[in-house]
Design a protein around this ligand. Sequence first.
Ligand code: ATP
Length: 297
Amino acid sequence: MNNELRLILAIQKNGRLADDSRVLLERCGIDLLKSKDQLVCKAQNFPLDVYFVRVNDIPTFVAAKVCHIGILGQNVLLDKQINSSNSQLDSIEAIMKLGFGRCRLSIAVPNSHDYQGLSDLQGKRIASSYRGILSQYLGKRGVSAEIVSMQGAVEIAPRMGMAEAICDLVSTGSTLAVNGLKEVEIVLESQSILIRNDTLNSVQEELLDRLMLRLNGLQAAKTRKYIMLHCPINKLEAIKAILPGSESPTILALQGLENLVAVHAVCDEGVFWNTMEDLKANGASSITVLPIEKMLD
Ligand code: ATP
């Protein structure tokens, strides 16, 4: 098969982003063979090859042009860009937020610390795996602290007397709570992103456009709902005004019912119980709200 005609994507092999990345591809209609140990997989029904790698290697793979695109956390890209002297990393572009893997890189201190602000950290030791991002954050705020580099289990550092604070990724905060720590500063908000390099030929650019159209279609569908209802013709304007974020609903005649019409609309915003109650109070009946799986505008 001609590689010039295929797009190459790197995703995480195992870990927090791995399943969501695979599911996202599946929802884009891209079938991958399911073997867990495989490092490279050719999609069956889209000209896409997928490399399964460690998430921290994805920026390097994309910068080295081994892959054209990648899915990873914003924190991972920023960390690589700050820490590495490889100028090719700077040419990587984040082209889409994907909405999963949401987390924060946060500073936390022991619950007993009566934290007043960043100046409390002046001259203190902060344990972290994110030396680059943290030192940039502290430097910009004029705080000078010693960063104790650790590769994992950062949250035990205060208990072991190795540091007065930590800086680590947090999503629910339960790991911090279990270790008697409280979150006091958010250094970075992160989620998964799609990144690309600048080496795609025109065929690959077209494939990336197709992939992004599908991803956008999934994102649009996530926030939108399809609503169907019946209403008296003389209440139509009132009903249209209540439908959240819907521009031009479809109005259909109902056989044998001359004074009633069916209204079908795609709503941009959530349709909540109180919206449905408002619709009912204004004469609507048979109100049905359906999720939308995919959308192409
Ligand atoms: P790999 O084994 O691929 O090198 P890893 O073990 O370094 O991965 P994971 O723990 O799988 O990394 O986390 C991958 C990414 O998931 C993080 O870089 C971050 O973007 C995101 N993430 C979301 N929530 C959290 C969380 N609570 N803790 C850590 N990472 C999180």
